[in-house]
Design a protein around this ligand. Structure first.
Ligand SMILES: [Zn+2]
Length: 449
């Protein structure tokens, strides 16, 4: 058996045996909600219950759920120091690595496997080594390998495993697990993700989700709190990659925002909504600067790199390092792209309803962007610089309604499209599990305070 451990509050296994990426999540019935309630009651007592259900052939209407294990999460669990008889090793492929050198690094001493790797004709076309991808082996302490698995970044794992006649190379499906994490911001958002063992890339994902409501470059305060429910891909019970945020809550300066992922059944289009189906994205973002590690964080000792100022010249100035990506704050069409006097390198975007936005002093434009290009909300259009009349690198941003500049940091932006009436039912079913989870995690947090 393999064992692995968490620095997180815990994890919940969903769809234990299923081909996670393609199988739809089973719907919840009233009966199952009661079961969940029971499970959550246990959870509230300080233990976490991991449970899986196995959608058999017919799937959706018949659903089985059983409690498979109880993991105590009330205390930090240190990694075991005694090696298991059978365990996994994983390394990242570097420049110059060959299959033979990788076998050595994985401490595999298995003559049959070595011979197969050296002589197989199909191995070059099916087991392609790429720098940065990971390779994992299930081995025992004698050096015998049970399998060798390549974990490419953007496709399914490929595995070499023994058969009765030799070895076979096959694609193996990963399993999706829902994981949750919660934390309080102390010094910076990224820092608080690190401290709580939540993958950093989710900080950027969360900032993106709430970017209409919160300016993550400016508005984050010590004491802000977040809870996330997100999917991760696992293989043989060991982590492979982080997936998507399925539900998120962020409390910023005492105000709480929630978002739930909805995947439209026919188009597959993804979006985040409040639990009553309102779009969390407004038609304009709070800030044109992409939230990044460079611009994130705050400390008492040094000045925040992003300082926004509403100036007499009717724009907002964002001081930020040269090269910081600039996003189109709303969907629209590029009306102007080029040098323009004191503005330096300049972009103007025309949006619906008589609104336009302007971005000045850029160091460069996004590749292939030109006058007439359509841009989506959040699309990178250029990078911060100090071209034109600028003493230091900053973005000068203007927001115009019918030709007149207004202060975008004060304006109330219209919301994006809500869930339509015809999709309301599907929406409620899809988010039900995650609303229950988020509520439970919050109750747990409240009672632990
Ligand atoms: Zn300015």
């Amino acid at each position: 058996m393999f064992e692995f451990w968490y620095t997180l509050a815990g994890y919940i296994t969903i769809e234990k045996e299923s081909m996670a990426q393609t199988a739809p999540l089973p719907t919840l019935s009233i009966k199952s909600i009661l079961k969940w309630a029971l499970v959550f009651a246990l959870l509230a007592l300080g233990s976490i219950v991991a449970f899986g259900f196995t959608p058999r052939d017919s799937g959706l209407s018949i659903e089985q759920r059983r409690v498979t294990e109880k993991i105590d999460i009330s205390e930090w669990r240190a990694p075991p120091t005694v090696p298991y008889r059978k365990f996994q090793r994983e390394i990242v492929i570097k420049r110059g690595d060959t299959l033979t050198s990788l076998l050595e690094q994985l401490r595999i001493d298995d003559t049959d496997l070595k011979r197969f790797v050296l002589t197989s004709k199909e191995i070059k076309s099916t087991f392609k080594l790429k720098i940065g991808d990971a390779i994992r082996a299930t081995v025992d302490n004698t050096g015998h390998a049970y399998n060798l698995t390549l974990l490419p970044k953007n496709s399914q794992p490929v595995r070499i495993s023994p058969t009765t006649t030799g070895y076979a190379i096959t694609e193996v499906p990963t399993t999706k697990k829902l994981t949750f994490g919660t934390g309080v911001v102390r010094n910076s958002l990224f820092g608080s993700f690190d401290e709580n063992g939540i993958p950093e890339e989710l900080a950027a994902q969360m900032a993106e989700i709430f970017s209409s409501e919160i300016d993550f470059n400016r508005d984050i305060r010590s004491g802000d709190r977040f809870t996330l429910v997100y999917s991760s891909e696992y293989l043989d019970d060991a982590f492979v990659s982080t997936g998507t945020i399925e539900a998120a809550e962020f409390t910023n300066k005492g105000e709480t925002f929630q978002a739930f992922l909805f995947v439209a059944p026919e188009t597959g289009e993804k979006g985040y909504y409040t639990r009553d189906g309102k779009n969390v994205k407004r038609s304009f973002l709070r800030s044109p600067l992409k939230f990044s590690r460079i611009t994130s964080g705050f400390s008492k000792g040094r000045l925040h790199p992003v300082l926004k100022k509403w100036r007499a010249h009717k724009g907002v100035d964002y001081g930020a390092p040269t090269g910081t990506p600039i996003m189109a704050t709303g969907k629209g069409v590029v009306k102007y792209l080029g040098r323009k006097g004191g503005y330096g390198r300049f972009i103007e975007i025309r949006h619906a309803n008589g609104i336009s936005t302007r971005y000045a002093h850029l160091s460069r434009y996004a590749k292939r962007l030109k006058k007439g290009s359509s841009v989506s909300q959040g699309q990178i259009i250029g990078y911060v610089g100090k071209s034109g009349l600028a003493t230091g690198p900053h973005l000068h941003y203007e927001f115009l309604a019918n030709g007149t500049q207004i202060n975008p940091t004060k304006a109330v932006m219209p919301p994006g499209p809500s869930i339509t009436k015809s999709l309301k039912g599907v929406f409620q079913t899809q988010i039900e599990k995650n609303t229950t989870l988020l509520d439970t995690l919050n109750r747990r947090y409240a009672s632990s305070k």
